[in-house]
Design a binder for this molecule. Structure first.
Ligand code: C2O
Ligand code: CU
Ligand code: CU
Length: 459
């Protein structure tokens, strides 16, 4: 069933007079351009987004933010062991930061709340990629303002390749059969969206009434029959998505946040909380017309993208059954810590009773250590508010979920996990080489911004 949010679109004469081919072209799935090489430039700027509905009618202009463009940003693409020099220019009249979510990176270049880029100034992180192939992403992390800046459009993918991923016989043609999908819900009112959270929104998250894919509304993906790899990012502020296809076909999960899974797994849907990524392989048969379906936890189900299978030149691939993966193994004497994620009243969220304090480290740990962390979502009465847990600088191994071995989708490298009220997840994070401050927090951005975050110092 298709639930259509109520929207009013103002048809623009200029577009109506354009040829239909141009209109359908504009409504095809946008693919963020690749930015690669030793030195890349990111300009943080104001933008304007015009959403087109399925009929090809365009809505009003929406004031947005983007990296090198109107909305979202280019896909940064680097290789393991590569030296990277990123020249960032903040053209905004407000502060921001650029955080590399999922990246093992020196603390001073992590782009967390401490690395503020002042208005109209520059920041130049330089580091070496020391990480296996994965689909990471980048976004602002300004204290108390992350939700707003991400919502206005600041986010992009960060792909790492390595020799192993090169050697795999899987779809690798970016934008052709290896397709990024950034899913974000937005609250459209008269065709526009703005960020004005109420207290209720802080509690339950700023949930939208429609879902954009790579910044487009109801786009179409037209491809010949074949095997497709989708790199899916839940880039929403707080919505938890269940993603599937309208024909209920199965697909294969091949990678989670930090790279390939030890064993691929066949599923017919996948749940992603904000910040999580999964890579999937799906086979499409010619002359099919299906849709990508996204169901919002506690909300509606949306047909977010039409997939039309037609044309020449598609290719089918076998879905690999297993991949190389070295789990993080804690030593017998590993330090253990507990993180109780607490839901208080009036938007008061905390971890172990504390809210983020920029001036205070919640704990310290020695570098080159592997620890055991128990994360709990301590519910509150009748309110079942989900939380997620994300740690900077590391890809961890999930040791258990509610006392049982992790499900297959949590058996590989992760940097963010979802906990419903009452859940307990035990993880083994590893902190190699770098010292300095790093964050851990709930990745529901309204919760994070209201203080559900902490920081640790690696010494
Ligand atoms: Cu995706 Cu601390 O963030
Ligand atoms: Cu992060
Ligand atoms: Cu939360």
């Amino acid at each position: 069933m298709k639930i259509k949010p109520v929207m009013i679109f103002l048809p623009l004469i200029i577009l109506l007079s354009a040829g239909t081919s141009e209109i359908s072209e504009q409504n095809s799935l946008p693919i963020p351009p690749i930015l690669e090489g030793e030195e890349v430039n990111l300009v943080i700027q104001k933008g304007e987004l015009i959403l087109m509905n399925e009929e090809g009618n365009s809505g009003p202009s929406i004031e947005t933010l983007g990296y090198n463009g109107n909305y979202l940003g280019p896909t940064l693409r680097f290789r393991d062991k590569q030296d990277v020099n990123i020249l960032i220019e903040n053209m905004l009249k407000e502060e921001t930061t650029v955080h590399w979510h999922g990246l093992h990176v020196p603390s001073e270049f992590d782009g967390g709340p401490h690395q503020v880029i002042a208005p109209e100034s520059k920041w130049n992180p330089q580091f070496t990629i020391k990480q296996n192939a994965a689909t990471l992403w980048y976004h602002p992390h300004l204290m108390g303002r992350t939700g707003e800046q991400v919502y206005r459009g600041l986010a992009g993918l960060f792909i790492i390749d390595d020799d192993y991923s090169d050697s795999l016989d899987i779809p690798k043609d970016y934008g052709v059969n290896d397709i990024p999908l950034i899913l974000q819900d937005r609250r459209l009112i008269d065709g526009k969206f703005e960020y004005t959270p109420s207290l209720r929104d802080v509690m339950h998250g700023y949930i939208g009434n429609t879902i954009l894919v790579n910044g487009a509304l109801n786009p179409k993906l037209k491809r010949p029959g074949g095997t497709y790899r989708f790199r899916i990012l839940n880039g929403s502020n707080s919505s938890i998505f269940r993603v599937s296809f309208s024909n209920e076909q199965k697909f294969t999960l091949i990678a989670s946040d930090g790279g390939f899974l030890p064993d691929s797994v066949q599923v017919s849907s996948i749940i992603l909380s904000p910040g999580e990524r999964y890579e999937i392989l799906a086979d499409f048969v010619d002359e099919e017309s299906i849709s990508l379906i996204t169901e919002v936890y506690g909300g509606s189900q949306f047909q977010v993208m039409d997939i039309e299978i037609a044309g020449q030149g598609g290719k089918y691939f076998n879905h690999p059954q297993s991949f190389e993966y070295s789990p993080v193994v804690p030593p017998d004497n590993a330090t253990q810590r507990v993180f109780n994620m607490e839901t208080g009243g009036m938007g008061r969220f905390s971890i172990n009773g504390k809210r983020m304090d920029m001036a205070e480290f919640n704990f310290r740990l020695p570098r080159d250590s592997v620890e055991i962390w128990t994360i709990r979502n301590i519910g509150m009465g009748m309110m079942n508010i989900p939380h997620s847990f994300h740690v900077h600088d590391t890809q961890f191994t999930v040791l258990s979920v509610n006392g049982a071995p992790p499900p297959p989708k949590y058996a590989g490298p992760k940097d963010t996990v979802l906990l419903f009220a009452g859940d307990e997840i035990i993880i083994a994070p590893k902190f190699e080489e770098y010292t300095g401050a790093y964050m851990y927090h709930c990745h529901l951005l309204e919760h994070e911004d209201s203080g559900m975050m902490g920081q640790f110092l690696i010494e």
